[in-house]
Design a protein around this ligand. Structure first.
Ligand SMILES: [Zn+2]
Length: 293
């Protein structure tokens, strides 16, 4: 059988072996970081992009005994989101996975497209606004629908970027907020977030999706600007041994994660005065944004 993937130890895997390796790694990540306990329902945050569609497929395959549900946010980026949502909808129908889509327009009264000028004027980036509002809305909906956890498709590449990014921003306390499992069950209103692809590289995810012939899209968001994250991504990708470097960054972080979380645990979460959601400030970032926009 044709070899399709080379492990870092040098061993080549054929298609069947690669599927086994990939799926075993998902189970191992979930066990190692105790991402799932006895939850019988899992919400999966799905943009319709390559990573989240693959996550949806693999969790649905491996955890048949659990109730899998796809949650998606339509932020209103013309053409781009519509196409992804169409693919996601037909994928969910085919695989009998329930899907709920919530839109910025309906929830906040505006789409992201309508606010790009204002966002620029405020000196903010589309990516920042989109991510804060999306996170808030996902948490709200998952809470309302009684989901104990939200699984997101963050990969090893994403995590390595975030670690470097927080250091470059001089914000070590943000490092306390990341890791394979984020959020706390101790504060009212928080739905814990888990990352089953924490140890998977983006390359592995794309290869798995392609070999499984999943209807993935490699389209890039048209509103994505030249953010610091993109620079960090390009920089990490510029190394010869880029995967080894990303592995090193994430493994180094995992070694000190407990210490960092302990150090910053005094940054107590409280409930936002406006929306009641967990926040480290009196008014949460989402409510602050909604006021300004
Ligand atoms: Zn709030």
């Amino acid at each position: 059988m044709k070899k399709v993937y080379r492990l870092s130890c040098g061993k080549w895997l054929n298609k069947k072996q690669f599927f086994e390796y990939f799926e075993k790694k998902v189970r191992k990540t979930i066990r190692k970081f105790k991402l799932l306990n006895n939850e019988n329902k899992i919400a999966i945050a799905c943009s319709g992009g390559k990573d989240s569609l693959t996550l949806l497929y693999v969790l649905n395959k491996l955890y048949k005994e659990k109730e899998i549900f796809a949650l998606s946010i339509d932020e209103g980026i013309k053409d781009y989101r519509k196409k992804l949502l169409r693919k996601l909808k037909s994928f969910c129908e085919k695989n009998k996975i329930p899907l709920a889509v919530f839109s910025f327009k309906k929830e906040f009264g505006f789409s992201l497209d309508e606010k790009t000028r204002k966002i620029k004027k405020l000196g903010l980036t589309n990516c920042y606004v989109c991510s804060v509002l999306k996170r808030w809305l996902l948490n709200k909906k998952a809470k309302e629908m009684n989901f104990p956890v939200i699984a997101t498709a963050h990969s090893l590449d994403d995590e390595a970027e975030t670690i470097i990014l927080n250091l470059l921003k001089g914000n070590p306390e943000l490092l306390a907020k990341i890791g394979p499992k984020t959020g706390t069950t101790k504060v009212k209103g928080f739905v814990q977030r888990i990352k089953p692809f924490y140890l998977h590289s983006t390359e592995e995810i794309v290869l798995y999706a392609k070999l499984k012939k999943l209807p993935i899209s490699l389209a890039v968001c048209p509103l994505r600007g030249k953010t610091l994250r993109v620079n960090v991504r390009n920089w990490l990708n510029s190394f010869d041994k880029k995967m080894q470097i990303k592995n090193n960054v994430v493994n180094a972080y995992l070694k000190i994660m407990a210490l960092i979380k302990e150090k910053y645990k005094s940054v107590r979460l409280r409930n936002c005065k406006k929306c009641g959601f967990p926040s480290s400030q009196e008014i949460c970032n989402a409510c602050k944004l909604l006021e300004k926009l």
